[in-house]
Each structure stands twice: as structure tokens, then as C-alpha cells.
Design a protein around this ligand. Structure first.
Ligand code: IPM
Ligand code: MG
Length: 364
């Protein structure tokens, strides 16, 4: 049986980190006797430039057929003044929506070997292990109406935060199930002191909680959560949030791990016949300041491949092996530029990827 993986390197540092991740993917295929076929397509600004569409139909069709999708990053400031649907980021948003990938998992862990280089005190960030569960196909990202208008000579623009009960229900179930396999605490984040959509969120999460008596539920207002995340991050186990709040809190949480260059993510749809199609991407964006220089940290993209083996390809053993290789590299002191202080030497993307492949070999 052949697994078809679609790679969308995209923009900025995307192509560099995806090249590294695909090497690791192929290594795992070879060493574990898996038939993996990697098909690469343009997406984001790259596709917009060539085809006038950030996600051309043939690319979307290829993604529909794939078992899993590996994305680099989408974004390009040259298209900043384009209308929303003609921006590079639209490639990601459409993929999420069209493929029904409503679950976004963003694990955030601190690495023992990076504690000293963190801007946080060691005592605060030691042993942090948070699973962010972000709703990914609803809320203000997709709510209608949206638009820009002139009303009585005044310019105005608007978006709509809207949640339906079934959208909240299904993402809450994911959070409770995961918490049941972890430390049994779900922190649900909302702004129910101001927003109706948050009140519904809170109500539905409470209803779902009744199905999981073994898991504790707490609610936290998003402003408070943004503070708690960095003042007592060890408190959290599973952090459940809306599309917009999850976007913001996951960037904040990335600082706990040492660098956003380390964080992978998985976007999943509903399981169908035991298979869960998924889109895997590093949390970091295009990093235009270092794009094309071979300096980007490939570990987030490589860890995203681990998540792909875990959630879409049913190979927890390979996922753990990749995680262990990444941990080994960090323990051995290998560092890309995002992980060193100014003035210290750093290795490039390819060198780091080579170290990961070595660690995988040694792990045999
Ligand atoms: C993310 C990104 C995207 C988002 C952008 C690129 C549309 O920030 O995946 O977190 O806001 O979801
Ligand atoms: Mg984001």
C-alpha cells in the first residue's frame, strides 16, 4: 500500500524547511519498508504569482487525494494590499475549510537542554507540556458577513465571530479525549464576559464535559489565560480554544518552548474508516527576514512529520523515533540561529537536518 503525501513548500523559508522534512520522511519510508510517494505542488504566494490563485484547483484536487499534506508556510508582503481571497494565506484557510480540518493540535513542550537559553526563568518553564487544541474551521476566520464598505461617507470594515453548537461540540470532544490520555485537565478559553459566541462556547463545552467524568474542566477568560500561560505554564494540560484565540495563544506559548522554530502542528478532520487525513505544518510563518539564506530551523517541520506518522499514517513508533532524534540533536548542543544568543555560532538548515538523520541512524 502506497501512502501519498502532498508537499506544499509555499513561501519564505517554507521550501528550505520542507526540503529537510521530506528528507526525514523519505528516510523513515526507506528504513521502515513503507511506500511513500511525495508529490510537490505550488501554493500561497508562489502559486498566486504563477497561476493567479493561491490554491489552484489542481493543487486542491491533489490534496483531496492525498493521505496527508505537508505545508511549509504561506505569506508574501508583495500581496499585502490584495483583497482577502487573493492573499497567499488563503491557500491555508481554504485547505482547512475544504478538507474539513476542524482540529488543530499544537503541542508545546520545553526541552531540558534549552531551559538556560530561554527568556523565562528555568523554575517557571521546567516540565511544561501543553496540548493546544484550536478550533480551525469556524469563528471569525470564516464568519459571514464580512467586508469593507463606505456607509454615509464613512469607511468601515467588519467580520463576524459565529459558532454553531456542533462546531464547539466536536472540538471539545477532541480536547476531552486527549486530556483523558494525558493529565486530565481541560482549560477552555473564552471571552464570555463580553461575547455571546463565548457564552455558547462555555455552555456547550460544559455539556460535553458531562460525557468525560474522569477529566476536570476549568474555564479561563482569554486575557487572563494569556497571563497565566507565561506566569504558571505548568498548570496547563489541554488548552481548548476558538480559532482566533488559539492562533494568538499558540504564538505566545511558542516562546515557552524556546523558539517558534521548534513547534509542529497537525490539522485533522473527522476520522473516516480509521484513517485520519491531516495537514501538517510548522507553526512558524514565512520568516521573510531569513528566507533563502539556509538559516531557518527545520526542527518544527521535521517534528510535523512525526505528527503525520502519529495521526495520519498510524505509526506511533516512527513518530517517537523522530521525536527522539530531534531531542538528541538538541541535547548534543546543535543549534540554529533562532536558538543561540547574539554572537554565538549557529548551524544552518541543512546541517541541522543532517544531524537529525544521523541521530535517526544511530537510533536504529
Ligand atoms: C497559523 C497562521 C495562520 C492563521 C495564517 C497564516 C492565516 O498564523 O496557522 O497560526 O492565522 O491561522
Ligand atoms: Mg498563527
Amino acid at each position: 500500500m502506497t501512502h501519498v503525501i502532498v508537499a506544499l513548500p509555499g513561501d519564505g523559508i517554507g521550501p528550505e524547511v520542507i526540503a529537510a522534512a521530506v528528507e526525514v520522511l523519505k528516510w523513515c519510508g526507506r528504513h521502515h519498508g513503507l511506500e511513500l510517494e511525495v508529490r510537490t505542488f505550488p501554493a500561497g504566494g508562489t502559486a498566486l504569482e504563477r497561476y493567479g490563485d493561491p490554491l489552484p484547483d489542481f493543487v486542491l484536487a491533489a490534496c483531496r487525494e492525498a493521505d496527508a499534506i505537508l505545508v511549509g508556510a504561506a505569506g508574501d508582503s508583495r500581496f499585502d494590499s490584495n483583497p482577502a481571497r487573493m492573499r497567499p494565506e488563503q491557500a491555508l484557510l481554504r485547505l482547512r475549510k475544504e478538507l474539513g480540518l476542524y482540529t488543530n493540535l499544537r503541542p508545546v513542550k520545553t526541552h531540558p537542554s534549552l531551559l538556560d537559553t530561554s527568556p523565562f526563568k528555568k523554575s517557571i518553564i521546567e516540565n511544561v507540556d501543553i496540548m493546544i487544541v484550536r478550533e480551525l474551521t469556524g469563528g471569525i476566520y470564516f464568519g459571514e458577513p464580512r467586508g469593507t464598505e463606505r456607509r454615509s461617507g464613512v469607511r468601515c470594515a467588519y467580520n463576524m465571530e459565529i459558532y454553531h453548537d456542533y462546531e464547539i461540540e466536536r472540538i471539545a470532544r477532541v480536547a476531552f479525549q486527549l486530556a483523558g490520555e494525558r493529565s486530565r485537565l481541560v482549560t477552555s478559553v473564552d471571552k464570555s464576559n463580553v461575547m455571546e459566541s463565548s457564552l455558547l462556547w462555555r455552555t456547550v463545552v460544559e455539556e460535553v464535559a458531562l460525557e468525560y467524568p474522569g477529566v476536570e474542566l476549568e474555564h479561563m477568560l482569554v486575557d487572563n489565560c494569556s497571563m497565566q500561560l507565561i506566569s504558571r505554564p505548568r498548570h496547563f494540560d489541554v488548552l481548548l480554544s476558538t480559532n482566533l484565540f488559539g492562533d494568538i495563544l499558540s504564538d505566545e506559548a511558542a516562546v515557552l518552548a524556546g523558539s517558534i522554530g521548534l513547534l509542529p502542528s497537525a490539522s485533522l478532520g473527522a476520522p473516516a474508516e480509521g484513517v485520519r487525513k491531516g495537514l501538517y505544518e510548522p507553526v512558524h510563518g514565512t520568516a521573510p527576514d531569513i528566507a533563502g539564506r539556509g538559516q531557518a530551523n527545520p526542527l518544527a517541520a521535521i517534528s510535523s512529520v512525526a505528527l503525520m506518522f502519529r495521526y495520519s499514517l498510524g505509526r506511533e513508533d516512527i513518530a517517537r523515533r523522530i521525536d527522539a532524534a530531534v531531542e538528541t540533536c538538541l541535547l548534543q548542543g546543535h543549534r540554529t540561529a533562532d536558538l543561540v544568543s547574539a554572537g554565538e555560532g549557529a548551524m544552518g538548515t541543512r546541517a541541522m537536518a543532517a544531524r537529525v538523520l544521523e541521530a535517526l541512524e544511530v537510533g536504529l
